[in-house]
Structure formats: C-alpha cells, structure tokens
Design a protein around this ligand. Structure first.
Ligand SMILES: [Ca+2]
Ligand SMILES: [Ca+2]
Ligand SMILES: [Ca+2]
Length: 267
C-alpha cells in the first residue's frame, strides 16, 4: 500500500524482488504513475485586442484536471490594471479596454479546483487601435521606423495601396483621413519627439527635424514621385508653417509654439 504527498506526481519505478528458501530470486520493475490532482493549465498564447472590441478566451481550452470536471474549476485573474476582465460561469474570459487604453499588459489567469489545488499562467495582451499592431507601425512588423514612413508615402502616392488594417495603422492622428500629417506624425515618433502616435484627432506638430527626415527619404523614390510628395506637403501648407516656426524667438523643436500647432489644426 502506498500513500503520496505533494510533489510526488510523476513516474516512479518500483522494483519487486522475490526470494526462495535457497537464496534464488527473481526481480521485476513496475512503473507507477502518480497523478497530480491539481488543474494543469497549458500555454495560454499571447494575444492582441483591438479597441473597442472584446476579446473572448474559452478557458476550458487551456486546462485539464485528472479528477475534477472543468465546470467545477474556479477562475480568476490578476495583473490587469488597464484591461477589464470578466470571467462568467461559462468559463469564458471577456477582456476589453474600458477607457480605450492601448498598450501591453501581462495578466495572470489562476484556476482553483475544489480541493484548493491551484495552477496559473501568464498571458501578454497587446491592446491597439488597429488590427495587427500599434499606430505608426504601418507594416506591422513590431517596429516603427523609416520603412513605415516609406510605406505610408507609397500609399499616398498610389504606388502601393495599403489594406484596411494598414491604413488604420498609418492614421497617426486617428482622424480616419490619411495624408502627409500622418506621415509627419510617424516621423515625430521615430525621432523621439513624441513617444507614440496620438491616435485621436489632434494636430500634428511640425518640427524642423521631421522635415529634414523627410528630405532624407529622397533616395527611396524616383524624382517625380518625390516631387509629388513634396507638392502634397505644400498643399497642406506645411513648409509655410515650418518657416513661420523658424521665425519664432524660442526654439520650436524643444518647445513647440501653441500658435503654430493651432495653425496646423485649422489648415
Ligand atoms: Ca483536481
Ligand atoms: Ca514597422
Ligand atoms: Ca490622419
């Protein structure tokens, strides 16, 4: 007769010997598998959520328990500060961003069985305004860089059209219109002037460094293409606004003048 204690789960070889009176013997080995009564969570994959959608996770898909039915397991979640997570009696977790917050949050799902055995699993949730990635990461490769700017410009010039999700990611100021202001917004992020695309209808500030950055993209385009792009900048009067900013006494790049921002807002 055997008894087990915590930590005994696994396979244990037990060796039986049998002896006769004259010292002869035989031996055999039996493998005894001790089952763990605790629920076992399998990997809950990192996932993404688009605001304002609700992400549903069927938690039954991620757990097993050798001696309890899944409907008697109790779930809860910790680690969510921005995300709301509701887990119903149906063991469906519903995750959403109540304030429209975007970012990345690590949440921990915890499951108890009726014997108070516990198992837990971490899951990284990326919350964004667009499917596939954050604003500014036009090509959805996980980084915001010059290629995103070129990709957005290619769309504006009708060289290569973005799909719906790509257009969403390129709309840096979130006004559902794609134009050179969004390109400038992405450049501002690349240059570290802003930590991220604002994603709501706000003015994009125009900085001399950003214009210099755009000038440096000339080799990515043919001459007529680049000139068409420069014409687009002129059409929204960005060079004028920039010239105006250069006449200001204080440095525009370190402290953008609110009047200039207003100029751009009302263009
Ligand atoms: Ca159990
Ligand atoms: Ca990218
Ligand atoms: Ca826009």
């Amino acid at each position: 007769m055997w008894s087990t204690q915590d930590g005994d789960a696994g396979i244990h070889p037990v060796i039986f010997y049998v002896y006769d009176e004259r010292g002869g013997y035989d031996v055999d080995t039996v493998a005894i598998q001790v089952m763990d009564n605790a629920p076992q969570i399998s990997d809950i994959p990192d996932t993404s959520l688009t605001v304002p959608d609700t992400l549903m996770l069927d938690l039954d898909q991620f757990v097993s328990d050798c001696n309890d039915r899944l409907d008697v397991l109790q779930w809860n979640v910790t680690g969510n500060t921005h995300l709301a997570v509701d887990i119903g009696d149906d063991r469906l977790a519903r995750l959403f961003s109540p304030d429209g917050w975007t970012g990345t949050e690590l949440v921990t799902f915890i499951v108890h069985d009726p014997d108070e055995n516990v198992s837990s699993e971490e899951c990284l949730i990326m919350v964004s305004l667009c499917p596939g990635g954050v604003l500014g990461d036009v090509d959805a490769n996980g980084a915001i860089n010059v290629l995103d700017v070129v990709t957005a410009i290619n769309h504006l010039l009708n060289i290569q059209e973005l799909d719906t999700d790509g257009r969403c990611r390129a709309d840096c100021n979130g006004d559902t219109i794609l134009n050179v202001l969004d390109v400038l917004g992405i450049v501002n992020v690349i240059l570290g002037i802003f930590p991220e695309c604002p994603g709501e209808t706000v003015g994009i500030e125009i900085h001399p460094e950003a214009m210099g950055f755009l000038e440096s993209l000339r080799p990515y385009f043919s001459l007529p293409e680049f000139e068409r792009f420069m014409t687009m900048l002129k059409e929204v009067r960005i060079p004028e606004a920039l010239a105006q900013s250069r006449n200001l006494a204080s440095s525009f790049s370190s402290s953008p003048d609110p009047d200039i921002k207003k100029t751009i807002d009302t263009l």
